[in-house]
Design a protein around this ligand. Structure first.
Ligand SMILES: CC(C)(COP(=O)(O)OP(=O)(O)OC[C@H]1O[C@@H](n2cnc3c(N)ncnc32)[C@H](O)[C@@H]1OP(=O)(O)O)[C@@H](O)C(=O)NCCC(=O)NCCS
Length: 380
């Protein structure tokens, strides 16, 4: 009897349910995204990133002292071994932040006090540590590559405010802090997206948290996943530089059968609920920071692509016009995605390891028919 239960795999595993999970609920037809059952709109309106991390890692909202404790632990973990800073100084000047982040996160394992442990509590410790460290690496590398000093973290600040301080060298306004905080909440988890699946597959071999997160960062980098936000902004910049008409520019892309980054989604058949918030943020921050042009171009493109292709903007489309208003450079957009998604990746790794079985699917074989015999070299 064959051990294969499904013979035909839909391309890209579309619609395949590959695991059980209690973390993230998505209804792609109704445009619903919820963490532990709580709608993303409620979290974006009322929560903060630290509380969202607690929700993802521990399964429920914290009480006041639990939240205070997690804030304290995250703040205390704002520390990088000098060897990591040294590594950031030594990478080639043209190294892309996402590649630097991937390699640095792998190296963090050498200095992690729980490196050799893979139990639940050790992985919670690593989740907290990695969340603080990833934000620090992204900020520190950006400053190092620009020839600026590495800014010391302020442990009295929130995660978002401390990241912006370490990135820009000045304490952010409360508006900027809240905007980044909402963006981090919106990006924190998204069920079995490509990078989270990669993290779970790695974790399921009983490898370790740092390996799983390194796998995830590699997957997030691609332009079909987290890399889309950078691709969106490059298009906006080109349109701006060439003084092109945004609609004509995108019309040409479609005529050349190119995909427009920031549109379409494997799961959502209606508006991506995260885009609703990011659109409003892009509009408001664009206006208040004197950079409204990015939002104005984006809005025209969105209207056109929706009418022409019936495609909705996804999470990456309006994050691209939001981040520059916070002093975040274009090639940091995807690393900033990781600054948030580390919370979801680690929650999924912990969930995977709490009830683990090796993830090892099958492939439908389409190669030369068996048996296909070996032919000696002089007879080929
Ligand atoms: C997200 C994405 C990878 C989902 O891919 P998918 O589920 O495999 O869907 P497909 O790529 O098979 O697209 C289905 C159809 O819609 C079209 N389409 C999907 N996204 C498109 C886009 N952004 N621009 C233009 N056409 C698009 C495809 O060309 C295809 O058309 P066809 O059937 O005529 O060939 C895809 O929409 C995409 O590449 N978007 C741009 C990148 C992006 O924003 N990624 C971030 C996702 S959060």
């Amino acid at each position: 009897m064959s051990s294969v239960t499904t013979t035909h795999a839909p391309k890209g595993l579309e619609g395949v349910v590959a695991t059980n999970s209690k973390i993230c609920y998505i209804d792609g037809d109704r445009g619903v995204l919820a963490y532990r059952g709580i709608d993303i709109h409620e979290l974006a309106d009322h929560s903060n990133f630290e509380e969202t991390c607690y929700l993802l890692w521990f399964g429920c909202l914290p009480n006041r002292s639990e939240l205070q404790d997690l804030r304290k632990r995250l703040a205390e973990e704002r520390h990088l071994d000098p060897a990591i800073i040294e590594f950031l100084r030594k990478v080639p000047k043209q190294a892309l932040p996402m590649d630097v982040l991937r390699t640095a996160v792998s190296a963090l394992a050498f200095y992690d006090p729980d490196q050799k442990k893979n139990d639940h509590d050790a992985n919670i410790n690593k989740a907290i540590r990695l969340t603080s460290q990833i934000a620090m690496i992204v900020a520190a590398y950006d400053r190092i590559r620009k020839g600026k000093n590495v800014v010391e973290p302020d442990r009295a600040l929130s995660h978002s405010a401390s990241f912006l301080l370490q990135l820009n060298g000045t304490k952010p306004s409360s508006i900027a802090e809240r905007a980044l905080d909402i963006a981090l909440i919106l990006h924190a988890d998204h069920e079995l997206n490509a990078s989270t699946f990669a993290a779970r597959v790695t974790a399921a071999t009983l490898s370790d948290m740092h390996s799983a997160v390194t796998s995830a960062i590699g997957a997030l980098k691609g332009p079909l996943h987290g890399g889309a936000n950078e691709a969106v902004f490059r298009i906006l910049q080109t349109i701006d530089r060439e003084k092109a008409d945004p609609v004509e520019y995108v019309r040409n892309m479609l005529a050349e059968k190119k995909k427009v980054p920031g549109f379409g989604h494997r799961v959502y058949h209606t508006e991506d609920p995260r885009a609703t918030h990011l659109r409003a943020m892009s509009r408001d921050l664009g206006k208040s920071s004197g950079q409204a042009k990015w939002y104005e171009m984006s809005e025209k493109i969105e209207r056109f692509v929706k009418a022409e292709k019936k495609l909705n903007a996804n999470v990456d489309f309006y994050s691209a016009s939001t981040y520059p208003t916070l002093g975040i450079d274009e090639d940091l957009f995807t690393p900033v995605f990781a600054v948030s998604r580390i919370s979801g990746w680690t929650a999924h790794v912990i969930e995977q390891l709490d009830d683990n079985r090796l993830i090892r699917p099958r492939a439908e074989y389409l190669g030369p028919e068996y048996p296909n015999h070996y032919v000696p070299m002089d007879q080929r």
